[in-house]
Design a protein around this ligand. Structure first.
Ligand code: ZN
Length: 271
């Protein structure tokens, strides 16, 4: 038996027996699980279009293959997130070589994904894009302040990378060093570049936390433009909020309404 994701309900959102509530699925074989992960990757790409996270061909989302753990499914290069579908996904290895699929991979952009996936086997999904507010915020070279409950989800759970900031592409040598900053956090702000999120359980969670991080960058930029917050959320409260509203499971749960909306409105995703 294969679980879709190793997810359990949290104390914050416990299972409500007998009532409709999103549940992770189980699969009897790895092929079915792979197909589900590919569908989820397509939905995550469509979500990036829905949120207007596109910038030309920039941006890549990856999901580790459930059987061949050194291979990752990702979106095809130079295809708009809106046009990603299961039939044009590509499977790539640590070196950025396409081993299945007909489209090219963004090799320059893939270096960091490959380094992180190689270094941390527990990370199963990553998202990166050049978004307006995330990239603007990244130029400040600072972490998010705990100015809201939303921002507390990232409190002491994200890092800022200054190495190779603003480079067109991270060099392979630097990739492994930079990858260290991805240990045990769900997000990274790469200075003068953009945002990266990752998940140990699901692309759903990585995609949702990406949208949340972009929104938090927007919130803090708005706040900075009008002055300073009266008060930051105190350390203990920020930690409590992160533990309750910032988990991988909560990210997965947040993504389910977006997923359901896209399945209802985007009819060509699984062609
Ligand atoms: Zn980039």
């Amino acid at each position: 038996m294969y679980n879709e994701f190793d997810l359990t309900h949290s104390a914050y959102q416990p299972k409500q027996s007998g009532l409709s509530f999103p549940e992770a699925k189980n699969f009897s074989n790895v092929n079915d699980l792979r197909n589900e992960l590919k569908r989820k990757l397509v939905i995550a790409c469509r979500a990036f279009s829905y949120f207007k996270f596109d910038y030309g061909f920039a941006g890549h989302l990856t999901v580790r293959d459930p059987e061949h753990k050194n291979l990752y499914w990702t979106n095809p290069m130079a295809v708009h997130f809106k046009h990603v579908k299961t039939s044009n996904l590509i499977l790539v290895d640590h070196d950025g070589s396409v081993v299945e699929g007909n489209h090219a991979v963004n090799r320059a952009g893939f270096v960091l994904h490959a380094a992180v996936h190689e270094k941390f086997p527990e990370i199963v999904a990553m998202c990166h894009a050049h978004t307006l507010y995330g990239t603007a915020f990244s130029s400040l070279g600072k972490k998010l302040d705990p100015i809201s409950q939303d921002a507390c989800a990232f409190y002491e759970d994200h890092n800022v990378i200054t190495e190779e900031s603003g480079a067109v592409a991270v060099s392979e040598d630097a990739g492994m060093n930079i990858a260290n900053s991805f240990k045990d956090v769900k997000a990274v702000i790469h200075q003068n570049h953009g945002l990266v999120t990752m998940s140990k359980h699901s692309i759903d969670s990585a995609a949702f936390w990406f949208s949340a991080l972009e929104r938090c960058c927007h919130q803090e930029l708005l706040t900075m433009s009008t002055g300073r917050p009266v008060k930051l959320v105190p350390h203990e409260r920020a930690v409590y909020s992160r533990e309750n509203v910032g988990s991988d499971y909560i990210g997965w749960l947040h993504f389910q309404p977006i997923l359901d909306h896209l399945i209802a409105t985007e009819k060509d995703m699984f062609e």
